[in-house]
Write a protein that binds this ligand. Structure first.
Ligand SMILES: CC(C)(COP(=O)(O)OP(=O)(O)OC[C@H]1O[C@@H](n2cnc3c(N)ncnc32)[C@H](O)[C@@H]1OP(=O)(O)O)[C@@H](O)C(=O)NCCC(=O)NCCS
Length: 173
């Protein structure tokens, strides 16, 4: 089991109040101890340029920053994931959810920096989001999955077309 996986399994990583933080002193390949930690935050004062850099890294199309700012401001929940090495912190993951504050929430913009993918961090990020939404008594959690990540979400318990329900879209001409 990889280091980050072992960090997020066992005790429930999503049970700590916000900002959720997990301390770790990993031993690197040379056997030296380095102080690195991964932590989650629900703070919204994210540097938009850093977020844009993260989205660029996974090849997403750029969006006007004033709109991204507004989307974050009006989201019900924002969860960002950070790596801290000494005093340097780096945004390595992001997700947000919109909601009617009662029944429904929809998760958007789930992203993990390519350098940190396939280490269990996307799963940990999603668990944080789901845990937080459940703690707000939201029971209907939806998202729109790109085709290549359907299995990632399925592994977290999401179903495609439950009972034949189809997501439908309307776009301007
Ligand atoms: C999708 C994404 C968030 C996954 O993050 P990640 O940190 O690589 O995922 P994890 O390492 O936590 O993977 C959790 C599980 O899902 C699996 N998985 C991860 N990405 C997958 C993919 N693209 N397809 C199928 N399975 C995938 C992993 O193998 C792992 O399985 P396991 O629990 O059986 O070991 C990340 O690949 C990403 O940011 N992609 C680009 C942006 C994107 O497409 N976002 C989704 C928009 S809808």
């Amino acid at each position: 089991m990889g280091f980050w996986k072992s960090l997020f399994t066992g005790s429930d990583a999503a049970s700590t109040p916000k900002p959720v933080q997990m301390e770790a002193i990993p031993v690197d390949k040379a056997g030296e101890r380095s102080s690195t930690r991964i932590y989650f935050s629900t703070e919204r004062d994210i540097d938009l340029y850093e977020l844009e850099e993260l989205c660029d890294a996974v090849g997403w199309s750029r969006r006007p920053l004033r709109k991204v700012k507004k989307a974050i401001q009006y989201s019900f929940l924002v969860v960002s994931m950070w790596e801290q090495r000494g005093t340097v912190k780096r945004l390595i993951g992001f997700s947000r959810a919109t909601s009617d504050h009662a029944f429904n929430a929809t998760i958007w913009d789930v992203v993990v920096h390519p350098d940190y993918q396939r280490k269990g961090l996307g799963k940990a990020l999603m668990k944080q989001v789901i845990k937080k939404l459940r703690s707000e008594d939201i029971s209907n959690i939806t998202l729109f999955a790109d085709p290549q990540v359907v299995e990632f979400y399925r592994g977290l318990g999401f179903m495609s077309d439950p009972e034949g329900i189809k997501g439908m879209f309307w776009y301007p001409d």
